[in-house]
Design a protein around this ligand. Structure first.
Ligand code: PLP
Length: 437
């Protein structure tokens, strides 16, 4: 264990920790982090997708420097500021017509989803919310209240109904998954969740923390039709998989739906804290002083977000996510051909998941092996974590700037790590103190 890691354990609380191995870093450039021990670590997590442009991207650095050298205050609570307004204007051009009203700014996916959860109930007068089992919409009281991830230690909202997300691997195919999930939704609407009482349905176009589940074709179009029929607002949580990561700017575009409200976070600031909710004016302007924290709309973070959006567009990073994602997906597919622990490789663009199983026939989750694999990968110079309701899905959300060579390098290291785990070459005692989630 490095000196920094040990010092941290004597000074920093563990309450926000989600640790998989004793990682301590001192810097980073592009897709690589620098370990305290001087090792170069290929970062295929990008801090859970937040470092969307990789580390120390010059466009982000320049934008932040400019904004800080003549700082237009620190907040939009009591004053308009140029970067914040420009960012709102830009975001309004990036969402479907029905969401093109006003933008609210926060710090994180959590405060954004919490605001939406309160806002839709307050604006519509309907008390209920639909969301998915396995969904992670945030770690604050109000965002946990509309989430469905089993790892969370918080209460759910009284008006929340959780329905199953279609899982094509578990159901044995996309058609069965779609049918089962839609039937469960219809059952919920016919019983505990009367549709006329539901304000909104929180959806993830790819359910990331629930296991990087890709919805079957047509599933969300069917959901959209149900929501339109009953006047239920569709909230697309694009926090982890949006902003070009899936190969299109918005992940919901793959589903061919048009949400009413779009939530951005993580990669929006490229590593700086900023989130945004974009939605119709009737909802977004239904109250004042309704959801605010002092440095919301911070001009420095807003300038960073503008630089992120300009770089995604200017450097065609959605196209890169698509092309590099395909190279990575195919390399992982080749690993799956020789590595029995891999049950399925899935995802879109540079949002990929690898489900590990102890037996491909029964699809039994290989949770311990997932923990050992990410630990071993770290020892070999690769950073990635795992997700899933059974903690057995390796998650890849690398910088959108990832190159094909880096994708192949990552797949090769991961192949070695899986091999070492499969052949019992990784000491299980290493996991003591690294519970993950
Ligand atoms: N929504 C999704 C889909 C997420 O994956 C996350 C975080 O993992 C959040 C919301 C919450 O974002 P944050 O942790 O930045 O508050």
């Amino acid at each position: 264990m490095s000196g920094l890691y040990a010092r941290e354990s004597r000074s920093v609380s563990t309450m926000a920790h989600l640790r998989f191995f004793p990682q301590a870093v001192t810097g980073g450039h592009g897709s690589y982090l620098t370990g305290e021990d001087g090792r170069r670590l290929l970062d295929l997590s990008a801090s859970w997708g937040a470092a969307s442009l990789g580390h120390s991207h010059p466009a982000l650095r320049d934008a932040v420097n400019r904004a800080l050298s003549n700082q237009a205050g620190a907040s939009y609570l009591s004053s308009a500021n140029e970067p914040c307004v420009r960012l709102a204007e830009k975001l309004l051009t990036l969402v479907p017509e029905r969401a093109r009203g006003r933008v609210w700014f926060g710090h994180s996916g959590s405060d954004a989803n919490e605001t939406v959860a309160r806002m839709v109930v307050s604006a519509t007068g309907r008390p209920r919310i639909l969301a998915f089992k396995g969904a992670y919409h945030g770690g604050t009281v109000g965002s946990m209240a509309v989430s469905g991830h089993p790892a969370q230690q918080g209460a759910r909202a009284a008006g929340l109904t959780l329905v199953p997300y279609p899982d094509s691997y578990a159901s044995g195919g996309p058609e069965a998954a779609k049918r089962e999930a839609l039937e469960a939704l219809e059952r919920a609407l016919a019983s505990e969740a009367p549709p006329q009482e539901i304000a909104a349905f929180f959806i993830e176009p790819v359910q990331s923390d629930g296991g990087m589940l890709v919805p079957p074709d047509g599933y969300f179009q069917a959901v959209e039709a149900i929501c339109r029929k009953h006047g239920i607002l569709i909230v697309a949580d694009e926090v982890k998989v949006g902003l070009g990561r899936t190969g299109r700017f918005n992940a919901f575009e793959h589903c061919r739906i048009e949400p009413d409200i779009v939530v951005f976070g993580k990669g929006l600031g490229g590593g700086l804290p900023i989130s945004a909710v974009v939605g119709p004016e009737t909802v977004m302007n239904h109250a004042v002083a309704f959801s605010l924290q002092t440095v919301h709309g911070n001009p420095v973070c807003s300038a960073a977000a503008l630089a992120v959006l300009e770089t995604i567009e200017g450097d065609r990073l959605a196209e890169n996510a698509n092309a590099t994602g395909r190279v990575l997906f195919e390399a992982l597919g080749r690993l799956a051909a020789t590595q029995p622990l891999i049950g399925e490789v899935r995802g879109r663009g540079l949002a990929l998941g690898i489900e590990l199983v102890t037996d491909r026939g029964t699809r039994r989750p290989a949770s311990r092996q997932a923990a050992l694999t990410v630990y071993r990968a770290y020892q070999l110079g690769l950073v990635l974590y795992y997700v899933g309701v059974h903690s057995n899905v390796l998650e890849l959300t690398p910088p959108l700037t990832l190159t094909e060579a880096q994708a192949l390098e990552g797949a090769a290291i991961l192949g070695q790590a899986l091999d070492d785990v499969q052949n019992g070459r990784v000491d299980e005692n290493l996991l003591a103190g690294f519970a993950g989630w």
